[in-house]
Each structure stands twice: as structure tokens, then as C-alpha cells.
Design a protein around this ligand. Structure first.
Ligand code: UD1
Ligand code: CA
Length: 470
């Protein structure tokens, strides 16, 4: 056994105070599920193994943890199932067989404490190892201790017990030192006393916190370690707290980008996911969302209220306000918006222009090509220097399948054109405005596909005359 400690993260609870169909630890803050945030922090420590205790919606929780890229202590995360969650003490008891043999010390974390940092945990572990205690509890002084377990101190200031909010006397409720839910135990002593837990009189749950008074009662050494930053150890029990945590994580990401040379005009209004990258001298206007694995280059401008998901935006791109862009690529110097919608698998060439109320789906638009107004381009390949007139529609769906439209280099599509796919417009060709194109247009040709106009001279005057006769 090389590493002196293993980690157990408790994530089996339902989270009733969330009033959700979804397990609490699957709800996101700062763009990541709560359980992922805790696992990512924990795995930075030099532990021998990392266990996650799952119960409510176990498969979904396991899937989230398994999808976290990068190495885990001991190779990969291990899972323990807690059937019918009966409290935090019961959760650990369910993993006795694996946990007891994992390492001499066990660091216990709750899956709903997402702001915790690895630096804080390192300080805590150092303290525990040096103190040689049976248990060390991380505590914090908070202004509003409501909901938390309170720390009871005995003579010579030693910690004697943790009393849960629901069981606390009025006097105990005034204690502002709380249990953060972060503990380090000598594994063998922990499991000996876990077996002695009795269900809480009010809730019927087996409380891990009761182990502290059991250890103390049997003369074991228990110590408290004060968290330096009480904000970091806040537990998320309601959606109000989820929003607070989300706000803090978003602010941290915006700050990190600003310090790397990104201008964010109203940083409190943007939502930027943790894996998003943005190059220097890009300006992000208010209300922008940059989500998933989006990468934005240098010297771009992202217009107000645009939402960009899993997309690549090269250098010098201008995105005007209110664009929705998903799973797409935009090459250097292109201009998008306002009010453009780029749906998955769209690729916009360098210096191309996609204007207002233009929807693009699974379509490649070539260099310097323009589609500036009121247009639908779906399942199309469009060459360079083409001009797509206002109101052009690729009729890509025949009711059964999607068909391709090909528009070659330097083509001019007149306004109000319908291109009934599959169809190809050859290089340099022109399509007259208002055409419904059902057949291929050869390179260099002019296609006219609309009814010929006829003018009836003097028709208005004749009609008026008829009407007055009646
Ligand atoms: C717990 C502590 C409390 C502490 C607070 C810190 C207990 C009894 N109380 O209260 O002293 O101040 O955290 O945030 O431990 N879980 C399971 N199985 C269960 C029950 C819970 O895995 O049977 C998991 C939950 O998914 C959650 C964590 O344990 O991630 C904490 O549970 P929660 O119900 O939020 O405990 P608190 O009431 O906040
Ligand atoms: Ca909690």
C-alpha cells in the first residue's frame, strides 16, 4: 500500500430540498454537474483510490464520473452502491469491504460541496497526518449556520460531538461553528464505530456525524481543523444555493479570461463554460453564452446575447448580436449576424458573410461568399465568392429524405430563389430572381425559372369605370 489515504465521496442522496426529478449531484453549477466538480477537485490529491458512493439515479451519476477525461487516483474511479439511502453513516457502511482495505486513512467528502479546492484539502490532510488523530473534522465559522451540523466543544476546547440542526437545542442552534462535511479518519477506527451507530430519533437515518461522539467517548483523539475560507465549503442543498455557486464559478471563469487578455464588457452577465477557450483581444459583449467545448480565436467580437455551443471560431471573426451557433466552424474574418442561426455541421469560410435571419444547417459556405438576408441553407455546399440573394431557400427535404444542393464558385443566386434539391448550379452561373430551380444549371449559364410577366395596359381605369356603372 503506497498511498496512505483513499477518498470516498458521498453522492447517493436524492436531494429532496431540490424538489427535482433529477438527483441533486447531477444538477450543474458553472457548467458542470456538482459531482463532477467534487471529483475533479479530489482527483488532484495523491490518493491511492477514489470511491464514489452512489444510490439515487446511480447509473447517471456513474456515467458522469466515468466521462471525466484524464487520470484518476488508482487508475479509475470505483463505485459503491448504497441501496435505499439511510444516511451518511449508512453510505460509508455500504462500502466497508472495499474501503476498509483501501488505505490506512480515509478522506470523506460530500458530493454537494462544489467550491472546495485541492489546496484546502492538502492543508487539511497534512494537519490530520501530523496530528495523528482518529478523526479530523474540517469546520467553519459562518454567519448563517442554518441547516448545518453544529460543532460541540468540551473542556480544553476539544471537539466532542456534532449535533445536526434538526436535533439541536435552542442554545446549540446559536453555535456558529459548523461541520463542513469534510473528514479524515483512521480507516479501521472509523469502521469499528460505524457499526455502533444507531438511527437518529427524528429522521431514522444513520448519521456519519455521530461517529465523532462515539470516537470521543471511547477516548480516541478527534480534532477540528478550521477552514480558512468559509465560502469554499458551502454545501448546496437548494436551488438558491446552486445559483450562488454557479454565479461564483462563472465569475471565476470570466476573471481568468480577462486576465488572459479578453475584454468582457459586463462580466456578471456572461455564461462561459469551464472548457471554453478565448483568444486575446476578443471582445465579449453583455449576455453572451459560450458553452461546451467552444473555442474562440483572437481579435473577435462576440455580439450581445449570442449563444455559441461546441463551436470553433477562428481569429478576427465578428459575430453580431443575437446569433445562435451550435457545433459549427467559422473561419477567420467572417461576419455572422445579427440574428443568424448556425445549426450543427455548418462551416463558414474566411471573410464570408452570413446576415440577419439566415439559417444554415450542415452546409459549407466558401470564402467571401455572402448570404446576407432571410435565407435557409441546408445540406448544401457553396463555393467561393458566391452571392446568395435575399430570401433564397434550399428545398432540401422531399418529405422522405434530405437532398444536397451544390452551388459552385462565383455563382449569383437572385433574390427569392428556391433551389429544389438535389440540384447543382455550375461555376459562374446566374439564377434570375424569383426562380424555382429544379434542374442543374450549367456553368456560366443564366437560369430563369419563373412565369413570364404580362402587363394589361389601362386595366385599373377600366375596372373603375365598370364599378361606377353599377
Ligand atoms: C451534512 C452533515 C452536516 C454538515 C453538512 C455540510 C450529516 C448527518 N450531516 O448535512 O453535519 O453540516 O452535511 O454540508 O452527515 N448522502 C448519501 N447517502 C445518504 C445521505 C446522503 O450518499 O444516505 C450524500 C448526499 O448525496 C450528499 C451528502 O451525502 O452529497 C450530504 O447529504 P445531505 O443530505 O446534503 O447532508 P446535510 O443535511 O447537508
Ligand atoms: Ca448538504
Amino acid at each position: 500500500m503506497k498511498e496512505p489515504f483513499a477518498i470516498a465521496i458521498l453522492a447517493a442522496g436524492e436531494g429532496t430540498r431540490f424538489k427535482s426529478r433529477q438527483a441533486k449531484v447531477l444538477h450543474c453549477a458553472g457548467g458542470r454537474p456538482l459531482i463532477e466538480l467534487t471529483v475533479r477537485t479530489a482527483r488532484e490529491l495523491p490518493a491511492g483510490a477514489l470511491f464514489v458512493i452512489v444510490g439515487y439515479q446511480a447509473d447517471a451519476v456513474i456515467a458522469v464520473v466515468k466521462a471525466i477525461p484524464g487520470p484518476m487516483p488508482g487508475g479509475e474511479a470505483r463505485f459503491i452502491r448504497q441501496e435505499g439511502p439511510l444516511g451518511t453513516g449508512h453510505a460509508l457502511r455500504c462500502g466497508r469491504a472495499e474501503l476498509e482495505s483501501a488505505a490506512p486513512h480515509l478522506l470523506v467528502l460530500y458530493g454537494d460541496t462544489p467550491l472546495l479546492t485541492a489546496a484546502t484539502l492538502r492543508g487539511f490532510l497534512d494537519f490530520h497526518m501530523r496530528a495523528g488523530t482518529a478523526a479530523t473534522v474540517m469546520t467553519a465559522e459562518v454567519d448563517d449556520p442554518a441547516g448545518y451540523g453544529r460543532i460541540l466543544r468540551g473542556p480544553n476546547h476539544s471537539i466532542t460531538a456534532i449535533v445536526e440542526h434538526k436535533s439541536a437545542s435552542p442554545e446549540q442552534l446559536r453555535i456558529r461553528e459548523i461541520n463542513t462535511g469534510i473528514y479524515c479518519f483512521k480507516t479501521r477506527l472509523l469502521f469499528a464505530d460505524l457499526e455502533r451507530l444507531v438511527p437518529n430519533a427524528i429522521t431514522g437515518e444513520y448519521y456519519l456525524t455521530d461517529v465523532i461522539s462515539l470516537l470521543h467517548g471511547r477516548g480516541r483523539k478527534v480534532a477540528a481543523y478550521g477552514a480558512t475560507d468559509s465560502a469554499e465549503v458551502m454545501g448546496v442543498n437548494t436551488r438558491v444555493e446552486l445559483a450562488e455557486v454557479d454565479h461564483l464559478l462563472r465569475a471565476a471563469k470570466a476573471r481568468e479570461l480577462m486576465l488572459c487578455g479578453v475584454t468582457i464588457v459586463r462580466p456578471e452577465t456572461v455564461l462561459i463554460d469551464p472548457d471554453v477557450q478565448v483568444g486575446a483581444d476578443t471582445v465579449i459583449e453583455p449576455g453572451v453564452s459560450l458553452l461546451g467545448r467552444t473555442r474562440v480565436g483572437e481579435g473577435c467580437r462576440i455580439g450581445a446575447f449570442s449563444v455559441i455551443t461546441n463551436s470553433e471560431v477562428a481569429d478576427g471573426v465578428t459575430i453580431k448580436p443575437s446569433c445562435v451557433i451550435s457545433e459549427s466552424k467559422i473561419a477567420g474574418g467572417a461576419s455572422i449576424g445579427p440574428f443568424s442561426h448556425l445549426r450543427p455541421e455548418s462551416e463558414i469560410g474566411s471573410e464570408a458573410r452570413i446576415g440577419n435571419f439566415v439559417e444554415v444547417k450542415k452546409t459549407r459556405v466558401g470564402r467571401r461568399t455572402k448570404a446576407q438576408h432571410l435565407t435557409y441553407l441546408g445540406d448544401a455546399t457553396i463555393g467561393e465568392d458566391a452571392n446568395i440573394g435575399a430570401g433564397t431557400i434550399t428545398c432540401n427535404y422531399d418529405g422522405e429524405r434530405k437532398n444536397q444542393t451544390v452551388i459552385e464558385d462565383h455563382v449569383f443566386i437572385g433574390s427569392g430563389t428556391e433551389l429544389v434539391a438535389p440540384v447543382r448550379v455550375g461555376k459562374d452561373a446566374y439564377v434570375a430572381a424569383g426562380s424555382t430551380i429544379t434542374e442543374d444549371v450549367p456553368p456560366g449559364a443564366l437560369a430563369l425559372a419563373r412565369a413570364r410577366q404580362s402587363n394589361k395596359a389601362g386595366w385599373v381605369a377600366k375596372r373603375k369605370k365598370k364599378a361606377t356603372k353599377k
